[in-house]
Ligand binder design. Structure first.
Ligand code: EPZ
Length: 417
């Protein structure tokens, strides 16, 4: 397994380019089984989860080609309906093929996605909503076995604005008979990107980005040539990298409009963020101030930036709190940050962070995607050498992170554990 070796203390300066969004590309690619003609997807990041998604499309019978950020997909001559466990266990977002397969084949057999480090990650809200559209599910042998006649439109009120649930239902409803209304729908920009892609394929979706989305089912969807939005979480991570190292970065293609909550919190902590026509310039303030953060569904502060902002807060003058309301176990990075000298106490779903003047490098271990990013950020700021083990977590969601960071002055290299 790979590790990253970081010699901290160097202010980062220069330009970092944001790649396409992992969390937009995954649902958009998994919509491909809905299409009756070829499609081209651009600005697709080279990530483990994307490779897994393309492999899943191959298993379902589609033919795919992924090169230089472009994925070309041809419809399957014979679309399969099963997503096998050995693939689903490596990427729980595979559950997003439920909606498309039921919509096209009236059959879907998808391994029940296991939990992951940050939580149980159930899909009950997806299944309940699809049942309202006429699907019936049997859970046996670790598989979700779904069948239906043609899905029919329904009015669905989500108990929680689930991102994946909203995406699965957008795809299912696009080819259903009649109108579907999703209430308490997720408003995340990645959901909007998926809806925009589906509309480019002939779907009739409106209200995306609000809590009520209406989908008028159509009989067929054609392909499209579509560029995925920039990754707002990768962008936010690099804004923090500039601040935590006392440097200045132009984060190119930074989707500023989709990062309001993150940018206003960073400004509250003393970071200068200047939107430009190319993206955003982030510059460390004279000192970093503590703040209070609560993670919420969009447009609130994103849970995917919680570990990163905590790392910055570890070096603040004063203290701050971080309340995690989305996932039940998303503080795995805390004990690793404490190994670097951070002062953090967790009680129930809130972390109490007391700023320290500096962190000291040490070997640490990544546990999930965003925790690993926070440990890299800590290593960039810490005095001495930090080794981050189990970097495969990072490779799921950050394209060539060490290459991008070396390009702006970081002393970071990949090694073997
Ligand atoms: C998406 O996960 C993202 N993943 C996550 O990013 C992100 O943290 C999350 O949305 C919240 O923004 C992708 O887009 C691939 P949810 P998802 O359904 O769809 C509970 C990353 O780091 N829930 O909004 O799984 C669930 O357990 C990843 O890039 C149910 O209880 O998120 C969680 O506590 C991590 N039942 C909460 O809702 C359900 O049926 C949010 O889940 C569905 C969800």
């Amino acid at each position: 397994m790979d590790k990253l070796i970081i010699r901290g203390g160097k202010p980062l300066r220069g330009v970092i380019r944001v790649s396409g969004s992992k969390n937009a590309a995954l649902p958009i690619l998994l919509a491909a089984p809905l299409l009756s003609s070829p499609a081209t997807f651009r600005n697709v990041p080279k990530l483990r989860d994307i490779d897994t998604t393309v492999k899943l499309l191959d298993i379902l019978g589609l033919s795919t080609h992924f090169e230089n950020g472009v994925v070309k997909v041809e419809p399957a001559r014979e679309l399969k309906f099963e997503a096998p466990y050995e693939l689903v266990k490596t990427m729980r977002a595979s559950a997003l093929c439920l909606g498309p397969l039921l919509a096209r084949l009236c059959r879907a057999r998808v391994a029940l996605p296991g939990g992951c480090a940050i939580g149980a990650r159930p899909v009950n809200l997806h299944l309940t909503a699809l049942e309202k559209m006429g699907a019936a599910f049997n859970l046996e042998g670790g598989y979700i076995d779904g069948r239906c006649k043609r899905l029919t439109g329904a009015r669905i009120v989500f108990d929680f604005p689930t991102v994946g649930g909203t995406e699965n239902l957008l795809m299912a409803a696009s080819l259903a008979k009649g109108e579907t209304v999703l209430e308490n729908a997720a408003r995340e920009p990645e959901v909007v990107d998926l809806a925009n892609f589906l509309n480019a394929c002939g779907a009739r979706i409106s209200g995306q980005g609000t809590t009520v989305i209406t989908i008028e089912g159509v009989d067929e969807l054609h392909g499209a040539d579509y560029a995925v939005m920039p990754d707002r979480i990768e962008a936010g991570t690099y804004l923090v990298a500039a601040a935590i190292t006392g440097g200045e970065l132009l984060v190119k293609n930074c989707p500023v409009d989709e990062l309001d909550a993150v940018i206003s919190k960073l400004r509250e902590m003393g970071v200068t963020i200047e939107p430009t026509k190319e993206g955003a310039i982030a510059r460390a303030g004279a000192e970093t101030l503590g703040a209070d953060v609560t993670t919420l569904p969009y447009p609130g502060f994103p849970t995917d930036m919680q570990a990163q902002i905590m790392t910055l807060m570890c070096l603040a003058k004063g203290s701050g709190t971080i309340k995690e309301t989305i996932f039940e176990n998303r503080f795995m990075h805390v004990q690793e940050l404490v190994r670097l000298g951070a002062k953090i106490k967790v009680s129930s779903q809130t972390a109490f962070v007391r700023g320290v003047p500096e962190l000291a490098g040490a070997p640490v271990m990544a546990s999930d995607l965003r925790a690993s990013a926070s440990l890299v950020l800590a290593g960039l700021a810490a005095k001495g050498v930090t080794e981050v083990a189990r970097v495969y977590h990072l490779d799921r969601g950050y394209e060539a992170m060490e290459v991008k960071l070396r390009g702006v002055g970081a002393d970071i290299e990949r090694g073997k554990e």
